[in-house]
Design a protein around this ligand. Sequence first.
Ligand SMILES: [Zn+2]
Length: 403
Amino acid sequence: MFEKELEQIRALYRQGIYSPEFYSKRISGEECLLDYGAFTEIPFMYKQEIRSTTAYERTTAGKDEVYGIFSSSGTTGDKTYYVYSKKDKKVHETFVKAFYSELGIRPDDLGGVFAPVDTGVMAHTMMWQYTTMGAGYVNCPEPSPENMIEIVQTLPVTVIATRPNVVCTIAANPAFVEAARKSSVKKMLMGGGFLSEGRRRLIEDIWGADCYNMFGMSEMFGPMAGECRQKDGQHYLDQYLMIEIIDPKTKRPVKEGDIGIAVYTTLWDKGFPLLRYWTDDLMAIDRSPCRCGSKYPRLRYKGRMADCLVLDGEYVFPEALENCLMKHGFFLDYEARQEQGGIRVLVEKDPAQEVPEQMMQEIKEIFHGEAAVTFAAPRQLGYPGHGPRFHVSMGVSDRMDRK
Ligand SMILES: [Zn+2]
C-alpha cells in the first residue's frame, strides 16, 4: 500500500526537506519510511502544532524561492502563516490545468472571482486559476446579490468561482434570477464550502449554468481536487498528494472506500511540507475508474468533523438537512446544534414563507427523533462568507482531536 508514495517521500527525505526540527522530531531516520506500517507510526501533524511555530521554522525554501506567504483565515484561532514557494506555484498550475482543461476553461473565458474579502487565499488562487488557463478575470470582493448581478450584466463573464452559499443569495429575488439566467455565465466553480446535491441543483437552476465542485485548503495552496464533467467525486493528482483515510477513534486506516478523517502528505519539495497532516475533513477515496476516463482517483468529501453529528453511532452530515431544506424551497443558512436538551435546528427563511409539515417530519427523521426547529429572518446566522454548518456544543467523543 502507498509504495510509490513512500518511495517519493524517501527521496524527499534524502533531499532534506524534513530537516527542520518541526519534521525531524517525527522522523528519526529513513527506517520510519520503510513501508506503510512504519509510516503509520509517524505522529499526526495537528493544526495546533503548526500554530505554535513560525512559517520559517517549517521550510527549507530559501528566501529567493518564496513566491508569497499564505495565511489561514484565523476564524478558529490565531492566524497561521505558510511559506508558498515558486515550486508550489508550478504544482498549483499543474493541478489547475488538470481540472480546468477537462471542464473546457479557455483563454477566451472571462472568470468572475466572487470570494468574500475575508477569504484572501481563496480569492488569490481563484484569480491564479484563470490566469493559468490564459483566461481573464474580474474580482468581486463584496459579492452581495446586487454586486454579483451588476457584474454579470455589465461584463461577459462566462465562469464564476465562489463559495456555494454566496451565489445562492440571488434565489429570493426573481429579477436577479432572470438576469443571472440571461447572462453569459455557463460554468460555476465551487470551493471553500460544502456543496450538497440539493444546493448544486439550486445553483444550476437559478444561474442556468453547470456547477462543479472543487476541494482545497490553504495549507496546500487552494484547489487540490476537482470534479470532472461527470460530477461524481473529485479527482486529485496522486503523484503530488497522498491521502490516508483514518478512523477517528482507532487512529488506524479504515477499510478501502470507507469514510474517515483525511490525513494529507504532500509529495513534492513543498514550501511547507505536509507530513501526515490530520485535518477535520471527513471523506472516502474511490479508486474505481471514472466515466471520464481520468487516471486519477476521486475523493468524496462529506463535510468537516466539526460540522457533523454522531447520533446512535452514525454520522449525520449537513448534506442530509441541506438536501431536505433545499427540496422544500428553503435556500438560506441554517444551523443544527446538539445541546443538553437535544438537537436544536435554526433555519433562516423569508417571513412570508410557509413551513410544510412534510419538511418538519423529514427533519425529525434526519436527527433520529425529536429535533426542536425554529425559524429566523434572513442573514441572522453565521458570519460573512462562511457556509452553513452544524454547530456541536456538547459531548461527541470524536471531537477530542479537534484542535
Ligand atoms: Zn472523472
